[in-house]
Every structure is written in C-alpha cells, then in structure tokens.
Write a protein that binds this ligand. Sequence first.
Ligand code: NAD
Length: 439
Amino acid sequence: MNQDNLAVGLRTARELIGRDKDPILSEDNPFEAMMARFDRAAELLDLDPGMCKVLREPERQIIVAIPVQRDNGELDVFTGYRVLHNSARGPCKGGIRFDLNVTLDEVKALAAWMTWKCAVVNIPFGGAKGAVVCDPSVLSINELERVTRRYTAALIDTLGPDSDIPAPDINTNERVMAWIMDTYSMHMRHSVTSVVTGKPIEMGGSRGRREATGRGCMIVTQEALRHLGLPLRGTKVAIQGFGNVGSVAGELLEQEGLTVVAISDKTGGFYNANGIYVADALSWIREHRYLAGYPNADPISNAELLELDVDVLLPAAVENMITRKNADRIKAKIICEGANGPTTPGADKILDEKGIFVIPDILANAGGVTVSYFEWVQDRAGYFWSEATVIERLNEIIQHSFQDVLSVAKRHDVNMRTAAYMLAMERVAAVHRLRGIYA
Ligand code: NAD
C-alpha cells in the first residue's frame, strides 16, 4: 500500500469510529479500549480498510426481554444480550455473565476479545459473549434457573454446537451451564452436550476445565520469566481478584516455587512479605465467603496491592484496574492479565515507557477457552481424556502461542499486546480472504 492509500485507510478507520484515535477517550469504555488496540494493530498490519470494516463489526447483536415470575408471584422482565462478533474461523465461543452493571458495549468488547483470543491460540472458533442484566445475589436458585432457561429459549435459534457455544463467566457456573444444556436439549428433542462448555464432568464437562484459565496464567508467567532471564524460585507475586482465575493461578505458581505475597478480593487485600499460603487463604474463603478478616497477613487496599514492589502482578478481577492514574506507580516487572481488559490503552503507553512486560489478556487468560475447545471436541467425539492429557495439550498450545506472539513482537518491534492483536487479526483476516464475501 502506498502512503496515500495508507492515509486514506487510516482516515477511514478513524471515521468509522467517529473520533480521532486518542487513547485517553478509551479509558473506561471496554469497546473503545478494544478498538484502540485494534486500530493500532490494523495500522501496523497495513490492513485493507474494507477488511477493517469487516473485522470490527459484530456479526449479530441480540437483545432479548426475559420475563420471569419471581418466587413471590410477581413478574419481572430482565434484559439479555448475546453478541456474535465473528464466525469466520468457526462457531462463536464465549461466556455468559450475570451482572447488574453490564452494558451492550461491554458485551461487544468481550465478544471481540473472544475472536482475537481464539485466533491467538489458533483454535477453530470465533468470538461471542452474552449477559443478563441482573443481580444474581438477590435471586433465589429457582429464580436464577427460570432466568437462565428463558434466556436460553430466547436465543434458541442462535445457540448450537456449530454456531454459538456459551461458557461460564462472572456469576455463572457449572450449574447454569447444565440448565442451558438441558433447555437447549429439550428444544432439540435429544441431548446436545456440546452446546455449552464448563459443564459438570458428569454430563460431558472436561477434566481440567475449572483450573484451565489459572493454569494458562501460570504457563505464560513461566515463559515470560524465562524470556526475561528471571528465576522462578522466590519470585514475588501479587494477585488482584481471588476467584477462579486468581486463586488457581496462585496455587499453581506457588507449586512452581514462586511466592504469593499479596492477594485481594472485592472486600480488600492482604500482604505478607514472607508469603501467603494460598490453600490457607482458600480455606478462609470457604468458611467466610470473602477474604475480609483473613488473619495471616496485613490488610491493604486493592489500590495498594497494584503498586507493591513485586516481580509479577496478576490482575484477575475486573476491567479498568490499571489506568493512566496508577500505571506510573506500578513496580512489577511482569503483568500477567488474568482478567479481561484490566489495563486501559492510556496505561499501556506508561507501562511500555517503564519497560514492564505485559502478557495481554487475549494470550494470558486463553487457557480457559482452550480447554473449552477440548471439552467441545470430547463431547463431539463422545470420548473423554484424562486430566494428564488435557494438561499436556494445554501446555503445548499456550507455550506455542506465547512464542508465536513473542516472535511477532520481536519482528515488528512492538509490545506483546500489539503483537497478539496483529497475530490474531491477521489470522482472522486470512480466513476472510480465503472464504471471500458471499453475495
Ligand atoms: P470470579 O467471580 O471467580 O472471581 C473474581 C474475583 O475478583 C473475586 O475474588 C472478586 O471478589 C474479585 N473482585 C471483583 N471485583 C473486584 C474489584 N473491584 N477489586 C478487586 N477484586 C474484585 O471470576 P473469575 O472467573 O476468576 O474471572 C476473573 C476475571 O477473569 C474476569 O475478568 C473474567 O472475565 C476473566 N476470565 C475468566 C475466565 C474463566 O475461565 N473463569 C477465563 C478468561 C477470563
């Protein structure tokens, strides 16, 4: 592409999003944050402006009304979303979250992240995400089941093992997946296990799925330490968010000889320079639900945790935790993004200037979707693997993906995030070019 064409391409890309590419504007909106990274990678890839339009636009955005009878007999109507971002490489894959604050923009960003994530680890899926706007903590189990089943029924034409495959996300779990699988199967008149992943093992779930995202975080952290010539033993880790991803990553990193010195959840954080024994913190949570009151470390705030003098910082909570406001005070050498979108584009620049090695979300937390892919493969084959096989294959895919991203980063002299986007977008674009546009 010559300079004039490139200029037109870039202008078109900016016009499409209706603003100049200013990362500051992207600070809080996850879709804007995703698009800021997309634009940068598109520019470096010299991606055709038409292809940019294809890749940025979600294929489908569905909004459904979910009428539900409450236990007291009253009727409520919840709003549900499902966004299918891109299915060029295969069926759309992505979790469902139940959350009072979720927006369509957030679901769009998360769906696009799934497309890039599946492409980074080179599994044959596109990206999707879904949500129900509700506060599950005030719903009874029976009400949650009715919400889930009615949401599934509303999406019955979209869902399917060859089209759209949900999984758990924030505030949804194995039990919710079982209700989705059952509702879908009742409509199909036969059992369809491969319509969701993250199911209970008894009904077609995969061994190793629960630990998969945390395990992926552990693998990429090891790879990053090796790449930077840093030791494993004694390396200090701070983990924000002590749920599925954070706690499993903590346990596995501890097994590898690293020392977890700080942990937190939404009630606050705890620090112990000599190390926090992850199993001990988990048993406290089992008894008390939250970390609050944990006796074997000193209380700190979530903000203080992010700024601790540690080697590895593992944000595993929610979006927008590392921003322009605090990035400058972060001391970690490595940030492993267990959460989706924990770092804003404004913070990226500051972290780069400080020389912090960021393992981006679409690589760092891709272990979950990789084992979801294994689950789908096992369901379709009707043949189930041992945990050792799952772990071995997961290791291979995540290690290779890390090296793939690293070699793009070196080749183009860009950071790991930009490299991951470039790798993923080029893989999706390549399939679009091969398939052509159906008219
Ligand atoms: P989870 O609900 O099991 O745990 C979330 C943890 O974060 C909890 O400890 C919660 O108290 C804490 N938290 C919530 N808000 C917080 C805040 N403002 N400050 C500090 N801590 C806070 O969820 P999870 O499955 O562990 O997911 C965590 C992140 O990882 C999310 O961004 C999710 O999208 C992402 N993710 C999860 C998976 C998976 O397989 N579970 C896969 C890929 C990405």
